[in-house]
Write a protein that binds this ligand. Structure first.
Ligand SMILES: [Zn+2]
Length: 625
């Protein structure tokens, strides 16, 4: 009996130790996802050992996701167990993964959840996975794009959005989570969402309900190339989408997920990884086991390399000393990830909780798609929230806010409580005739103007490099006022417009027809917009666009340039006595005293200015003293 007790105690101690095994990095867990295509070959241990060695000599890995299904490939259970044993014996945590695709190569052909046979198969896959793992994650594809005759009949008079929302919300519960828990009551089931959040509802992803019954959610933070990829996602989204999902399920957003697809240089790949971590993701998953074996090639070295940028290709390529005393030459993109993680892990623990200007996106809303990410690229720290924010002094509402039927009343209540609101011209357009005129009588006309001359406060004039096409907004003289004006010939139109209502100000920001032209607003225009909108923050940036600011609640912040050339910006901090410490180099910088520009309804205040030159695609990390 005593002997048995001792053995039991020894087992407990062992479990305790292995559960507390420290990760490879101080601030996050690094995971690798392996697709069914690769997992099905993992019965060949010799091959597995070789590929695993190649990856882990270059990149420290804490956890692996082993996929059981993709494209009708189901990994046999013996191979799953062999692979599991292999990774556990290498001290790596193991979880499962499922991709619910029929054929990924056919426009990501999904299952049809109106089809009883597909439903049965989906459930069997969840059950099989739960038998082998205490945790599994659904990759991007737990949605449906099916418009077969079964779906058309079942949809009836509902919209596709409503039909698919209903269908997938119940499929998640009835075919995945409940059956998995029936097989393994301990199992943690996580749904990973892709990067196209603005369009989820149309294909059945339900951000309102699914996070309440899945054990966790996970965030696709890959943004690839804003110009060349068909999605045209802005780089800033790699940060903002993680924050948004964290606001939907606080503490249950497990991590961010990046693949190297569409990243023509290793800088673009590294940027997505560090932006995910700037958002304070506790785990980062690298997709996938196969892609991490992609050979590094000369074209991965960006043209601005050799100037000590944040991602320093030549430093990354230096031989690595392994724990076993070996010298290893980097060969694959696993090293790009490993190198990036080692650099950011050195300062992430000094950052507080991320802070940004709140922008409200009601559940299942669309309108001015993804525009908050453009604001982030304009140097405005952003934070998307699923509930209407009542607290901060300023919020930004975009066209998607029209999905809240109470939106006009909520704006009025905020203004009456002395709190400002900025709305976009798209939201003004959507609310025209729906009550917004009760606050201010403006007219969003059908006319356009092509403008390149601007005046940003107190008659200071400036010019954009290219003409910008904007909607013409009309207002009643002396009822509301232009804060930033654009002109062409003898006519002019507001870029930023303001009116007083009750105890606060409503601002209207004109959005160019091409959102990308937001980046072409001259620095003076951008500075004025930033000054007005960032009143809840003690830091702002002055200078051109495509320089982002990331703020934290403990006086730390990051300035990052997405430009291919060096760029000089001015960081302005409230208070006249500030000093900045660079958290990477420990260098101290003294500020130049100044005063904040005149804004209606706001006291002018003392500021400190810091001129900073950022290298291409690089960040600086600072602490205010
Ligand atoms: Zn169907």
């Amino acid at each position: 009996m005593k002997k048995n007790l001792l053995i039991l105690l020894a087992i407990f101690v062992f479990i305790g130790i292995s559960a507390q095994q420290p990760g490879n990095f101080k601030n996050f867990t690094v995971s690798v996802y392996a697709r069914a295509y690769e997992v099905r070959d993992m019965g060949d241990l010799k091959k597995l050992e070789a590929t695993w060695n190649e990856i882990t000599q270059q990149l420290k890995v804490d956890k692996i996701y082993l996929e059981t299904h993709r494209d009708k490939i189901i990994v046999d259970e013996k191979t799953l167990e062999t692979a599991k044993k292999f990774f556990l014996s290498h001290g790596v945590k193991v979880a499962g993964g499922i991709t619910y695709t029929m054929d990924e190569r056919n426009h990501f052909e999904t299952f049809c959840y109106s089809n009883p046979e597909h439903r049965k198969k989906a459930q069997e896959i969840a059950e099989l996975t739960a038998r082998h793992f205490d945790e599994f994650i659904l990759d991007d594809f737990f949605f449906t794009s099916c418009k077969c005759d079964l779906c058309i009949r079942a949809k009836g008079n509902l919209s596709w959005t409503q039909y698919r929302l209903n269908l997938m919300t119940s499929a998640g519960r009835d075919l995945i989570v409940n059956p998995a828990k029936a097989v393994n009551p301990k199992v943690k089931v996580v749904i990973k969402y892709p990067n196209w959040y603005e369009h989820f509802q149309g294909l059945g992803f339900n951000l309102e309900v699914e996070p309440t019954y899945f054990d966790g959610i996970y965030t696709g933070t890959e943004t690839r190339d804003p110009m060349r990829s068909t999605q045209h996602l802005q780089q800033y989204e790699s940060y903002l989408i993680f924050r948004y999902f964290e606001n939907i399920a606080p503490g249950r957003n497990g991590g961010g997920w990046v693949d190297p697809g569409g990243a023509s240089t290793m800088d673009r790949y590294a940027e997505q990884l560090w932006l995910t971590l700037f958002a304070k993701a506790p785990e980062i998953t690298l997709f996938d086991y196969r892609q991490l074996q992609t050979l590094l090639k000369p074209s991965h070295r960006a043209s601005w390399q050799g100037t000590q940028t944040s991602f320093d290709y030549d430093e990354m390529m230096k031989p690595i000393q392994t724990a076993g005393g070996q010298t290893v030459q980097p060969t694959t993109i696993a090293r790009a990830a490993g190198y990036t993680f080692e650099k950011v892990d050195a300062f992430l623990d000094k950052l507080g909780n991320p802070k940004g200007i709140k922008s409200y996106r009601p559940y299942h809303a669309t309108g001015e798609d993804f525009i908050q990410n453009y604001f982030g690229m304009m140097g405005i720290p952003m934070d998307i929230v699923p509930e209407f924010p009542s607290e901060p002094k300023m919020i930004i509402l975009t066209e998607s806010a029209k999905f809240d039927p109470q939106i006009v009343q909520k704006i009025k209540d905020r203004l009456a409580a002395g709190k400002n609101v900025m709305i976009t011209s798209g939201l003004l357009h959507a609310l025209q005739g729906k009550g917004i005129e009760d606050i201010v009588e403006l007219k969003f006309t059908d006319r356009k103007a092509l403008v390149s001359d601007f005046s940003a406060g107190r008659g200071s004039s400036c010019t954009s490099k290219t003409p910008i096409l904007i909607p013409q907004i009309e207002y009643l003289t002396n009822d509301s006022w232009e804060d930033i004006t654009s002109t062409n010939g003898a006519s002019g139109w507001p870029i930023l417009h303001q009116t007083r209502y009750s105890k606060a100000y409503l601002y209207i920001l004109t959005i160019p027809d091409n959102f990308s032209d937001l980046y072409n607003y001259p620095a003076e225009v951008l500075n004025r917009i930033r000054t007005i909108v960032t009143q809840d923050l003690s830091v702002r940036v002055e200078g051109p666009s495509q320089v982002s600011l990331f703020c934290y609640d403990n006086g730390t912040f990051i300035v990052e340039s997405f430009q291919p050339e060096p760029v000089t910006v001015k960081v302005v901090i409230n208070g006249s006595l500030s000093t900045l410490t660079d958290l990477v180099t420990s260098q101290e910088i003294k500020g130049i005293p100044g005063t904040s520009p005149q804004i209606w309804g706001r006291e002018s205040m003392a500021t400190s200015g810091f001129e900073i030159t950022l290298k291409p695609h690089s960040y600086n990390v600072f602490q205010i003293k």
